[in-house]
Design a protein around this ligand. Structure first.
Ligand code: C2E
Ligand code: MG
Ligand code: MG
Ligand code: MG
Length: 294
């Protein structure tokens, strides 16, 4: 009935609107079903530590495998946030990512970290505190290997609630990272109020770091800012060797991007890790050959 009312009132362009609504409802229904039927999957993107030249950890990125398509989180996370499905996605992603990290830590990578994107809502309403607590307990993951990524928008909407949640998470030992830094509208005063230990420079700035003087200066400024506030700085979306070199010289701590590795399903990450481990072994072997024997 409400729908009919809307249709009459919006006579003229009503069909466009109801098409949009119908499309949305269909998508929501599909997603609800998809979650139940295990259609979500996680891909993991390796991060490189620029100081040691070694693998630092991973960021978990969700995808939705629907029929023959692999859908980007950008196509369904905003919808999930609006229709309340996001809490189930958050819970599933966190559990899956922590479980996977424990398995990699036990195989050959005891210090690897896992970054997980959390929705603004679960920070604002505090629900991620219990969720994280339960997930750490059930997987046995040590808290400080887990990094929760939040975007600047979280800081603006309900800053007091967000700050309270973040302090509780820090108390548990979990690390907090500010994602897509520079693309939002938060002021420096805001950043200072929150217990972030990491800052991620958005790809937008990284894209121009080699050829655009302004972007280059901005990246340097952001790195300085991070260092001043005692945060580790990660550059996102690094696609070339020259970008990596400049970032490294600017004092950036870590990079993530296609240049080092793309986001991959767990099985492909296993292969990636196996290759790294082989290189490590052969590097030691080479060292052994040149060092004098006793
Ligand atoms: P984000 O957290 O900033 O993730 C980085 C995005 O950049 C990812 O896109 C990643 O695939 C992409 N990327 C990484 N390196 C490169 C590169 O070198 N070149 C290019 N062109 N792209 C690169 P993705 O996976 O599509 O995720 C988009 C956004 O969706 C994420 O941005 C994050 O905000 C959100 N998201 C992803 N997974 C989750 C999740 O599990 N929960 C929530 N709440 N949000 C998520
Ligand atoms: Mg992220
Ligand atoms: Mg980002
Ligand atoms: Mg993003």
């Amino acid at each position: 009935q409400a729908k009919n009312n809307g249709r009459n009132q919006l006579h003229g362009y009503s069909s466009d609107l109801s098409d949009v609504l119908a499309e949305r409802m269909k998508l929501e229904q599909q997603l609800r079903l998809g979650i139940e039927q295990d259609e979500l999957e996680l891909h993991y993107q390796p991060q490189l530590d620029l100081h040691s030249g070694k693998l630092k950890g991973f960021e978990a990125l969700v995808r939705w495998r629907h029929k023959d398509e692999l859908r980007s989180p950008l196509s369904f996370i905003p919808l999930a946030e609006e229709c309340g499905l996001i809490s189930r996605i958050d819970a599933w992603v966190l559990q899956q990512a922590c479980q996977q990290l424990v398995s990699w830590q036990q195989s050959d990578w005891p210090d690897a970290t896992m970054s997980v994107n959390v929705s603004a809502g679960s920070i604002e309403d505090g629900s991620c505190i219990d969720l994280v607590k339960q997930t750490l307990a059930s997987t046995g993951l040590v808290a400080h290997f887990l990094k929760l990524e939040v975007t600047e928008s979280v800081l603006m909407r309900k800053p007091d609630d967000a700050a309270r949640t973040m302090k509780a998470l820090r108390k548990m030992g979990v690390e907090l990272s500010i994602d897509d830094f520079g693309t939002g509208y938060s002021s420096l005063t805001y950043i200072k109020r929150f217990p972030f230990s990491e800052l991620k420079i958005d790809k937008l700035f990284v894209d121009g770091v080699v050829h655009n003087a302004e972007d280059n200066a901005l990246v340097r400024a952001i790195v300085k800012l991070g260092q001043t506030l005692n945060m580790k700085v990660v550059a996102e979306g690094v696609e070339s060797e020259s970008q990596q070199t400049i970032l490294s010289r600017s004092g950036c701590d870590m990079i993530q991007g296609y240049h080092y590795a793309k986001p991959m399903p767990a099985a492909l990450c296993d292969d990636f890790l196996a290759t790294l481990a082989r290189k490590r072994v052969s590097a030691y072997a080479a060292l052994d050959e040149v060092s004098p024997r006793t």
